[in-house]
Design a protein around this ligand. Sequence first.
Ligand code: CP
Length: 389
Amino acid sequence: MHALDKWIKENSSNRKKLAKTLNISAASLSRYLTGDRIPKQSIMQKIITVTEGNVNPSNFYTIKRINIINTNKYKQKHLLGIEGLEPTEITSLLDRADDIIKENRIEPLINHKYKGRTLVNLFFEDSTRTKTSFELAANRLGMDVINMQIETSSIRKGESLLDTAMTLNAMKPDILVIRHSLSGTPHLLANKINCAVINAGDGLHEHPTQALLDALAIRRRKNKIQGLTVAICGDIAHSRVARSNIKLLITMGAKVKVIAPTTLMPQGLDKYGAKIFTNMKEGLKDADIVMILRLQHERMQGSYIPSAKEYFKFYGLDRNKLSFAKKNALVMHPGPINRGVEIDSELADDINRTLILEQVELGVAIRMSVIEHLINNLDNKKYDIKNEK
Ligand code: CP
């Protein structure tokens, strides 16, 4: 029980009466007590006075540490993709990340509960956001982190990926985070090693933690996912982010519209329930969220667009095209951004319309949540054995 609720009970009062004494609304008082808002200094001073010092910053700014064992609804040993996850599993990961954000804003502590546990980052493709946020997430959980330097590893001497993975596995890490240009690599490793595997992006296939952090950003700004219309625009053909997002958003009850030139639109997205558009005006109509994707030149073999200039003219998001969406539509981008190619540079920097940096911030909390769920499942052998191949 929060110290202030305890004081209310001991003094035969109630929240409504106390809120009146403090000259604030009962709703504001509730938000302070859940940790969603922090009271101004003047209100904290009143709380100290009214409670004669019994409630003060030392016992006010604490929140209940959630016991993940009780709240963990995630049933898998690994996080290999969004495919096959149930809404309750996704919600469990998002809810815990939301709590972590609140905890971090009130009291950013290193959680020593995971001391002695190890996470290995094995990135065969470049990364700024995903790799560093996994490292930061694991550090904040008190874990040891090994960032494998591929360019100085025995892979350069010809050691195979599987032999490298088995070697790392022999050192008994708890979590292996892998990014690889070949789709299915995390699944291959998950079949061979004992630790939990997290897919940090495999070829054109999936990038599940990106979709989870995007969902968290949407849910925090729009208070829901179900019933929203999300337009995903850009190089859908080469995007693992698009695939994971389409699956997650549809699983959680959103309507998804995908917009791309025919050369960048893969076949079969309609089987997931996404609606296909080649025209921005039609595709952006009624969108609550506009998710813009980068042209992934590193995965293209041949020419898919006439020129970057031509692409921007028809598919680059600027304020004019954004006006086709709902008036309060928010813009997202997983990064890295190609300014002036898929998004106008000035619009990309408008923090009132874009969530780009917020997405990065939420990435740490999502990855902490995923790590906690997986370690909890490893410790409790809670994952569904039938799902193991
Ligand atoms: N969004 C994303 O995956 O970024 P990085 O390539 O920098 O990890």
